[in-house]
Design a protein around this ligand. Structure first.
Ligand SMILES: Nc1ncnc2c1ncn2[C@@H]1O[C@H](COP(=O)(O)OP(=O)(O)O)[C@@H](O)[C@H]1O
Ligand SMILES: CC(=O)N[C@@H](CCC(=O)OP(=O)(O)O)C(=O)O
Length: 294
């Protein structure tokens, strides 16, 4: 009979080939605002990231915080709305976005990783000239008239330039970067960038081996609410067009498509509410969620 400790040991041993495969490789983990909130899950997430670094892997955390920004805006009496999964961002909103993302959430994640005995460093696109944004151009087609128009989302940005100097330096150190999706434009403004888009740009620039999106659903769900385990780029585009994929899942899936097209190998959307989701996905046979394939 196999004892519990033998089972635990064999699970640890199972991780070896995965650790070897990812040694010195970059893994970008996007930690969504919907996956945050439960302190014990946050601690488990931080432990996963710490364990990756200890295993010789180069983890980079890019985080969101959409619900937390929404709560703060509400508290301040500022109205907020989304168009195509992106928050319409005026001058007052971008100040709150920067405060919540680069201020509170960023430092909370840094503290959680540090509490696991590692060295996390909190950054945003402004640090080390890492990311410069341009004003986002979101095109939508009116379903009735079929006319395309460009939405003005205010200070919503897209990553236009990514400089990897700082991240390369940190990869050779003990430091684990934790990055908030806020960046300056060459026009001097601060831009609010969707965290999924930001994570995709970082993964692309660093030629990451894996890009994981931790959210609050098991992955991409079909019309009946069933998990789609594997999704091709063509199928993904069709599900966006027919409305099966909506809201915050749109920028996530669009980023997955771009990352695949840029050569990032393993792009997965998975449930961040599953304890140790990152370790399960990377270091065991028990991967879950939706794998996006070419
Ligand atoms: N087809 C779909 N499959 C799964 N989730 C979907 C789908 N279409 C829309 N969603 C929504 O997308 C949400 C995840 O995106 P988002 O709210 O931006 O989360 P996060 O904060 O993790 O980035 C889900 O909670 C769900 O409400
Ligand atoms: C332009 C835009 O929509 N920016 C997002 C940035 C945060 C984010 O993306 O957070 P999640 O990953 O938790 O959704 C926002 O303002 O909510």
């Amino acid at each position: 009979m196999t004892t519990t400790s033998e089972m635990q040991a064999s699970l640890l041993a199972e991780a070896l080939p995965f650790m070897q495969a990812y040694e010195h490789k970059t893994v970008v983990v996007k930690y969504g605002g919907h996956a945050m909130g439960d302190p014990s899950l946050g601690q488990a997430f931080a432990r996963d990231i710490a364990l990756l670094k200890q295993s010789g892997i180069n983890p980079i955390v890019v985080h969101g915080g959409g619900p937390q920004i929404g709560a703060m805006l509400k508290q301040m009496g500022i109205e907020s709305r989304f168009e195509g999964g992106l928050r319409v961002t005026d001058e007052a909103t971008v100040r709150i976005v920067e405060m919540v993302l680069a201020g509170s959430i960023n430092k909370e994640i840094v503290a959680l990783i540090n509490a696991e005995g590692e060295w996390a460093i909190g950054l945003c696109g402004k640090d080390g000239n890492m990311v410069f944004a341009r004003k986002a151009e979101k095109r939508v087609r009116d379903p009735d008239s079929n006319i395309e128009r460009v939405l003005d989302l205010g200070f919503v940005g897209e990553p236009a330039e990514v400089d990897r100097t700082l991240l390369d330096l940190l990869a050779r150190s003990e430091m684990i970067p934790v990055i908030a999706p806020v960046a300056p434009g060459r026009d001097g403004h601060t831009y609010n960038i969707n965290a999924d888009t930001f994570a995709g740009a970082i993964a692309g620039a660093l030629e990451a081996s894996r890009l994981l999106f931790l959210t609050d659903v098991p992955g991409v769900l079909d019309r009946n609410g069933e998990l789609i385990k594997e999704l091709s780029v063509t199928q993904a585009r069709a599900l966006i067009a027919d409305g099966t994929i909506s809201g915050g899942m749109i920028p996530k899936v669009e980023t997955c498509i771009e990352a695949i097209e840029r050569g990032v190998a393993g792009v997965v959307i998975l449930n961040g509410k599953t304890r140790h989701a990152v370790l399960l996905e990377l270091l065991t046979e028990h991967g879950a969620g939706t794998l996006i394939v070419p």
